[in-house]
Design a protein around this ligand. Structure first.
Ligand code: G3P
Ligand code: MG
Length: 249
């Protein structure tokens, strides 16, 4: 059931197509699909009343007309927010999607996905427990098996218990000293790293140990080519259309 490393897409649309539409909204995911992306990455967050929504930041301020921590808001309160106007007036009325809405859209348009569990301290396991059964229920099984990732080891460990058949990726900013033991304990298929600090030696070391390497966030085609030449398996990009044109699938 677990995908082989080779079957990951090279180009993954990061939060949809966030230069063309407000990030992590249905409009952004539709735009990524229209630009030719095969996969999207998105961020799954837990509301105060344990609903899972698609949202990146801890706070609502940057990407909605709300303010304060999302984790302190009920789902009903979030439903009243506008997640599009901050980006451009044309997106007024775009809402913070539920997890179900996002995955149903992926099923409709044929997008593969990487669900990143964006955890609130103390609720890492809770997020995985609520989100992953929903994700499994809404996923279209003829599409590629999704990837679950998180910066939280606890969340990835919970994913291993809850939905073991979906491959897992551990996210790091910089490759830590103990990455081998973490990857092994989580039975991860991929180590996902910031492209800013990544070196060719690290890519070779991690791939040599049998893991895929995915790098975020890569918006320069030249940088993407360099990373691919080092053996990086996939990149997350804010510019999926341009990257596909310049670098190819
Ligand atoms: O999953 C790759 C990337 O999305 C991780 O960082 O902050 O953009 O969610 P961030
Ligand atoms: Mg993310």
């Amino acid at each position: 059931m677990v995908q082989s490393r080779a079957s990951f897409p090279r180009i993954i649309a990061h939060r949809g197509s966030p230069r063309a539409a407000p990030e992590n909204t249905l409009a952004s995911f539709r735009k990524a699909a229209a630009e030719g992306a095969a996969w999207v990455e998105f961020d799954a967050s837990l509301t105060l009343d344990n609903r899972v929504v698609v949202f990146h930041d801890d706070d609502l301020d940057r990407t909605s007309d709300g303010s304060g921590p999302l984790a302190q808001m009920t789902f009903d309160a979030l439903q009243g927010l506008d997640a599009g106007s901050w980006f451009a007036p044309a997106f007024k009325g775009e809402m913070i999607p539920t997890l179900e809405e996002a995955i149903e859209l992926f099923a409709e348009v044929g997008l593969g996905f990487n669900i990143e569990l964006k955890t609130d301290p103390g609720r890492e396991v809770e997020l995985a427990e609520v989100a992953l059964p929903i994700a499994a229920e809404c996923w279209r099984p003829d599409l590629p098996v999704p990837v679950i990732s998180s910066f939280s080891r606890q969340a990835v460990a919970a994913a291993k218990e809850i939905l073991p058949e979906w491959p897992r990726a551990m996210l790091f900013d910089r490759l830590p000293e103990d990455w081998r033991s973490v990857g092994k304990a989580l039975d991860a298929v991929s180590i996902n790293l910031s492209q800013r600090h990544l070196t060719r030696e690290q890519v070779m070391e991690v791939r040599g140990a049998g893991y895929a390497v995915m790098a975020y966030t890569v918006n320069e085609p030249d940088r993407a080519q360099t990373l691919f030449s080092w053996g990086v398996d996939a990149i997350f990009t804010d510019l999926p259309g341009e990257m596909l044109r310049q670098v190819g699938k």
